[in-house]
Design a protein around this ligand. Structure first.
Ligand SMILES: Nc1ncnc2c1ncn2[C@@H]1O[C@H](COP(=O)(O)OP(=O)(O)OP(=O)(O)O)[C@@H](O)[C@H]1O
Ligand SMILES: [Mg+2]
Length: 300
């Protein structure tokens, strides 16, 4: 088993298209190479340490969901086996095995498709201020982390670098996408969230909320892109110990958050280094999330 941590990639063989907090994306022409590094962020700041196996978990978990949900929606995944892919130098294929995928290049839609099954995070804040989220009225008196009667589609804008995403209501999505496409992304988002969450809950994990991204492929068909239902794009809670009425423990980042709060870091970069013990336990939680959700052994 390799547990080498990969913090950053700087490949010269293929052009870098985008570097996010966690993923490095390379342009292969008609395809993209999405590399999940072991970077981790907390309170929106990337930490100096990597988490062993986190990249593999993110990559293989997304792949699992794309395939599991493909009866409902097409997706951008083309290959997880990198070796021999045209245009990808073999040395990269080798280095990135297990932590990268090749996807179809799509035209991303300008909305973040958030689905909430539970009331938490920015949804909880908005509910407290307005009694509604994304223009959808909710009953009064709901507790923080309460399960919603039915999952909500609460889209947001895709903010430019440095800015925060802003919640928008459905009519704004219609303005951006047209009625037909707006209705399609709403209904598909709700359907795939429900499927994924009911599978996850059977396996002890609540997917409190999640963010999907969609794009249009060459034929103009709607496909699911980006990452899907990973701990980085979703809020995962352990089902054991779920109690509404306050924030829940995060399945993956709890040790990191607890540590950072214990040292009273001001949440401004640069972030402090994590102790070995916190890194090890966090890595184990990521792998546990993968194993529980998929029932498979992580390929390392
Ligand atoms: N198949 C695809 N075709 C075209 N663009 C894609 C595809 N899949 C994902 N993308 C785009 O790649 C980008 C991925 O960025 P990424 O999530 O790594 O970083 P970020 O959103 O800039 O920052 P953060 O790390 O905070 O999420 C997004 O803009 C997404 O829309
Ligand atoms: Mg992103």
């Amino acid at each position: 088993m390799t547990t080498t941590v990969l913090l950053n990639t700087e490949f010269k063989e293929v052009p870098l298209l985008h570097r996010g907090k966690v993923r490095d994306i390379y342009d292969l022409g008609g395809h993209l190479l999405i590399v999940a590094t072991d970077r981790i962020s907390a309170f929106d700041v990337v930490l100096p340490n990597g988490i062993p196996l986190k990249g593999q978990v993110l990559n293989q978990l997304s792949a699992f969901w794309f395939l599991t949900l493909q009866e409902v929606v097409d997706h951008h995944l083309v290959a997880v086996k990198l070796e021999g892919f045209p245009g990808l130098p073999p040395v990269l294929a080798n280095k990135l095995a297990g932590r990268a995928m090749i996807v179809k290049k799509a035209k991303p839609l300008p909305v973040e498709c958030i689905v909430r099954g539970y009331l938490s995070g920015s949804g909880w804040n908005e509910y407290q201020e307005k009694g509604s989220i994304s223009g959808i009225d909710l009953p009064a008196g709901l507790l923080e982390s309460a399960k919603l009667d039915a999952p909500l589609f609460t889209p947001s804008t895709k903010a430019e670098v440095g800015a925060h995403d802003e919640t928008i209501d459905f009519s704004t999505v219609v303005e951006k996408l047209g009625t037909k496409l707006a209705e399609e992304v709403r209904s598909v988002s709700l359907k795939i969230y429900q499927r994924a969450n009911s599978l996850a809950e059977k396996r002890g994990i609540i997917i409190a909320d999640t963010k999907f991204e969609f794009g249009l492929d060459e034929e103009g068909r709607l496909i699911l892109i980006d990452e899907a239902l990973t701990p980085d794009s979703s809020r995962f809670w352990p089902r054991d110990g779920y109690v509404p009425g306050g924030p829940q423990k995060s399945f993956d980042k709890q040790f990191v958050r607890d540590y950072l709060l214990s040292i009273r870091w001001d949440k401004k970069p640069p972030a402090p280094a994590l102790p070995e013990e916190v890194i090890r336990k966090t890595s184990e939680k990521y792998v546990e999330a993968y194993t529980r959700l998929t029932g498979k052994v992580l390929e390392t």
